[in-house]
Design a protein around this ligand. Structure first.
Ligand code: ADP
Ligand code: ZN
Length: 704
């Protein structure tokens, strides 16, 4: 077995992470032992590391089967940002490109190859020559017709195990149900697989359900309070996505619609803009999301009630993959419920669909910790309340609602159980609308007995009475409200009814929009975010590929001002330190100076290096003495030189090289990070040289 220390070092050096998440290390260990493995983890749980890390330790290549091309590109970009060789092969490439990738795989120049099951045939001829160490099958539930994303091409994957009997196969999925699990294992011909099931709890996601009154206004207020946070709003219909995006757009929010009916080019543009932090909000049908790995989705809203808990959990799971606090809100509307019930009862497997919808509704109407309900749905029993759902934060209060119930139930009798909910509310409130007059309801007893209660509150009370079973909705009779036998107890037998106090929408909007924006745009996090965005643009990758929000937050808290401090940040590995370290350290130092924050800590590490240099030690000797890397000491030299210390940088970089780098700086239009220079010189000019030459050039520029 490989010692844990080696696994941890590989994790830190190559991916920048300090610790494994739950089950990652165990999964990696069984793979390295050569066992077949089935890993079940929630979305955002960290599945990728489970095959990416062994890929680095195993001698041959790792094949990753993945269903979506967009996702492959993202993963390959992320791997490359960490200096790991990876490629994908698909039908959009020319034959020459494909051949080149295959050549690199044959020569062990590329460690990981991503491929869709439909494209596996491209590898057929190479299979006998390739040295395959691991086969990872992502989204493995696509193999099962039990699951919700069945893909016919997956069903052929079973042959891989027969063809490579001694190569371990790792199947990964976020689908928990037992039938699918068994199906995956059988169809892939896994041999006695080790099965790992991680907890489905995503503690960083807050859970909230709100009544759908004034949804649009609530949503606008919510988004305006977090002007830089990306989010997704899931809607039931294509039309709603477009209408909502339009309304948000009018309110000055960068929002776009996304659904399967839009043309492919527009869809992929919207998706790219969202991934690249250019479009803040996407209003989408559930068609959106599976193909994206964006780790900094800060919130997910369900504009409509979802059809079932599986879908709901998967959709909210797209928030907060980076582990930072993220919010989810579900708007519950009575109208949606009716519509969904209609769909479900007309579709296939009506009974199952209706009962799933019923569970969804129970979740939305819950009066106890919502997370407990969700997790128990996935078979996980939790005893503690979560503290991060609306019910835990704001436990419901009850009051004696017997009189309210009596009024409502008598109104239903007076109206002969022949009207839907809105008419009952109008009737109770003594509304003078045309329909009431047409039916002459104003002459009936109990008309107007509930005038002192608002329309919205009546609406909520009636829904509570339905949930308590005193009345019900006749879905097949224009949604008329009917009494159940229980109603009699309240009307004639003196039964007391406990109702739930209605929570008023949050009105503490005392912080004005301008102040909020100011606070946000003045933070170090914002400066770092902007820097990240610039670098990402130059490198043509999504911003979160450079550093995750979580890494930027840690930088904001720890304010690393030297390489040795920066590498301690979770998410900063060796290669990223080289490529982006300078730019971020500079930005942090500049921010501190700007804010006139005392930077005692800053100077100490540099001062120590300077003192040793002045004692006559060479860079190597200083590195040795300080137990730091040579490149770290050289980065100190660059900074000290810029600050005016007399250090001869020409001992590390020649005059000619400085001139070349000066030319590159002009040609590349002064890129922010070092990576473009590195690429410009065909990876032949060391990062240290680039860094030191840039310090020389910058000093010159400052002096002119
Ligand atoms: P999944 O495929 O399970 O949805 P990913 O593999 O995309 O999840 O990982 C989700 C996020 O968590 C990514 O941003 C990834 O970089 C991060 N991550 C994974 N493992 C760790 C870890 N051990 N420490 C910190 N972050 C991690
Ligand atoms: Zn809770």
């Amino acid at each position: 077995m490989i010692p844990s220390q080696i696994l941890h070092n590989t994790l830190k050096e190559n991916f920048g992470f300090e610790k494994f998440r739950s089950n990652q290390e165990e999964i990696i260990n069984t793979i390295l032992k050569g066992n077949d493995t089935l890993a079940i983890m929630p979305t955002g749980g960290g599945k990728s590391i489970c095959f990416q890390l062994p890929a680095l330790l195993l001698p041959g290549i790792t094949i990753v089967i993945s269903p979506l091309i967009a996702l492959m590109k993202d993963q390959v970009d992320s791997l490359k940002a960490n200096g790991i060789t990876a490629c994908f092969i698909n039908s959009t490439q020319t034959e020459i490109e494909q051949q080149q990738h295959i050549e690199n795989l044959k020569n062990n120049k590329t460690k990981l190859v991503y491929i869709a099951p439909e494209s596996l045939s491209y590898l057929d001829n190479a299979f006998s020559i390739l040295n395959i160490s691991l086969i990872a099958i992502d989204e493995a539930h696509c193999i099962s017709s039990w699951g919700h994303d069945f893909r016919p091409a997956y069903t052929n994957l079973g042959y891989l195990k027969n063809r490579f009997p001694s190569t371990p196969v790792l199947a990964l999925t976020a689908t928990a149900d037992k039938a699918t699990r068994q199906d995956i294992s059988n169809q892939l011909n896994l041999r006695n697989p080790s099965v790992f099931i991680s907890s489905f709890d995503r503690k960083n996601l807050s859970l909230e359900v709100r009544p759908a009154l004034d949804r649009v206004k609530q949503i606008i207020d919510f988004i305006e309070s977090k002007p830089n946070d990306s989010g997704i709003i899931y809607c039931l219909s294509r039309k709603t996505t477009e209408e909502l995006a339009e309304k948000l757009h009018k309110a000055g929010i960068a929002a776009k619609a996304y659904h399967a009916g839009l043309d492919a080019e527009l869809r992929s543009k919207t998706q790219d803009e969202f991934i690249n932090d250019e479009c803040q909000v996407v209003c989408a049908t559930i068609a959106f999301g599976m193909g994206i790995d964006k780790s900094n989705v800060r919130w997910v809203i369900h504009y409509n009630l979802p059809k079932n808990i599986e879908g709901y959990y998967q959709e909210i799971g797209r928030a907060g993959r980076d582990g930072l606090t993220s919010e989810t809100i579900l708007f519950e509307s009575y109208g949606d419920l009716i519509q969904l019930q209609k769909f479900a009862s007309q579709g296939q497997n009506a009974e199952i669909q209706l009962s799933k919808l019923e569970r969804m509704k129970q979740y939305a109407d819950a009066l106890s910790c919502r997370r407990k309900i969700l997790l128990s749905y996935f078979g996980e029993i939790v005893t503690e309340n979560c503290g991060n759902c609306d019910i835990c934060k704001n436990p419901p209060a009850f009051f004696d609602g017997t009189i309210i119930a009596q009024k409502a139930l008598s109104a239903i009798i007076r109206l002969k159980e022949s009207e839907p909910l809105p008419v009952i509310v109008d009737f109770l409130r003594g509304s003078k609308n045309a329909y009431i007059y047409e039916k002459e309801y104003q002459n009936l007893k109990t008309y107007g007995v509930g005038i002192e209660t608002s329309w919205q509150d009546w609406n909520q009370y009636l829904i509570q009475l339905i949930n308590l079973g005193y009345c019900e909705i006749a879905f097949h009779q224009q949604n008329k409200i009917k009494l159940t036998p229980l109603a009699k107890k309240v009307l004639f037998e003196g039964e007391k009814v406990q109702l739930n106090t209605i929570q008023k929408a949050n009105t503490d909007k005392t912080v004005s929009k301008e102040i909020k924006e100011k606070v946000v745009s003045n933070s170090l996090f914002e400066s770092l975010r902007k820097l990240r965005y610039e670098i990402a643009k130059q490198e043509e990758v999504p911003a979160y590929v450079i550093f995750s929000d979580a890494a930027l937050r840690q930088m904001e808290i720890n304010r690393p001002m030297s390489e040795e401090e920066l590498i301690a940040i979770d998410g900063v590995g060796k290669v990223k330190l080289e490529k982006y370290g300078d730019a971020f350290i500079k930005a942090i130092i500049a921010f501190q100076k700007d804010k006139k924050v005392k930077t005692k800590k800053e100077s100490s590490t540099y001062k120590e290096t300077l003192a040793l240099y002045q004692e006559g030690l060479t860079a190597d000797e200083i590195a040795e003495k300080r137990k730091l890397g040579l490149s770290t000491i050289l980065s100190h030299f660059a900074k000290l030189y810029l600050d005016g210390a007399s250090i001869d940088l020409y001992q590390f970089v020649s005059n000619k090289e400085v001139t070349q780098i000066k030319e590159a700086k002009i040609k590349l239009k002064k890129p922010t990070a070092l990576k473009p220079y590195f690429d410009y010189f065909g990876e032949k000019m060391a990062y240290e040289k680039i860094r030191l030459a840039l310090a020389i050039i910058e000093k010159e520029e400052n002096n002119n």
